[in-house]
Design a protein around this ligand. Sequence first.
Ligand code: GTP
Length: 355
Amino acid sequence: MEAILLVGGQGTRLRPLTISTPKPLLPTAGVAFLAHQLARAHAEGVERIVFATSYRAEMFEEAFGNRAHGVDLVYVVEDEPLGTGGAIRNAARALTSGPDDPVLILNGDILSGHDVRAQVKLHEEAGAAVTLHLTEVDDPSRFGCVPTDDHGRVTAFLEKTPDPVTNQINAGCYVFRRSVIDTIPEGEVVSVERETFPALIASGATVMGHVESGYWLDVGTPEAFVRGSRDLVLGALASPAMPGEPGERLTLPGASVAADAVVAGGTSIGRGAVIESGATVTGSVLLDDAFVAEGATVRDSVLSRGARVGGGAVLDGVVLGDGAVVGPGNELRGGLRVWPGVELPPTAVRFSADT
Ligand code: GTP
């Protein structure tokens, strides 16, 4: 089976991490986020993937070449971002599938353990135009929701509302009949979520919902990105691409961790990163050459390449951009983001977004 992977978004919610690296290439549990998706797609029977690229397009081919994790790869670049539907239509020119074949569409920022083969089987048995993976969430008011009838047929594609009719939401993985992709207008900005799916339902086309609520995470925000990396390191979601066994921490070659530092909770430590004596690092992502000095505490945070945390500083739920420096004795909490290259002098900040 062939797939189209949507990776052209700017990842604005993940800035400053996405200034130098597109979201799907951010190191996650030791490898580019997409490596986990490619390995999983291969395990689910996908043989060839067309990357729909736009933002920092050239970086994808540099990262993966023409074959990785058992899958053949081709790249299609948009001159201007075309939105999710326009990107699918544009990438379809590189498909080799026939008109009735199923084509898998994957959002490039989803970690999912769902059964893709079962989704494809439902699609083929129903003779559907499109079959969506739907997952159930506790608070559907934060998402658009997707009700289905007793036969699993999607009856509506609803925008966010404070009073949702179902807890089923669009999980960002679709099976399209190839010929249906060809009905999306060419060379235009189109959203599958806002335009294509509602129009297909209104026209009476068969749109099916494959409801499965195993592990699922949209890594579009810093909190979710940290959680995704942590879950992979801890083994909450198994990934064939993980460069090590699941456990409390993943230490890449060339990293250095003092014997009396406490590093746990699914932390990943990049190449050349250093954690000094007496430091505590839990549930965090340290990219290459990050540095945590003596006695510092880092929790649920991301330290980008070369970012430095000074002695005794405390970080909780914080994102440091490339080369950012937090001087000794600072205390940063509650979603604070420090832009690349910014240096906070010693004890300059005692900040909590909550106070
Ligand atoms: P935010 O800016 O933080 O919302 O992130 P995003 O740009 O990734 O947008 P969103 O999470 O809504 O996108 C869902 C998926 O579609 C991601 O995998 C994006 O890379 C991809 N995507 C969004 N817009 C485009 C586009 O115009 N072209 C292409 N090729 N992919 C897109």
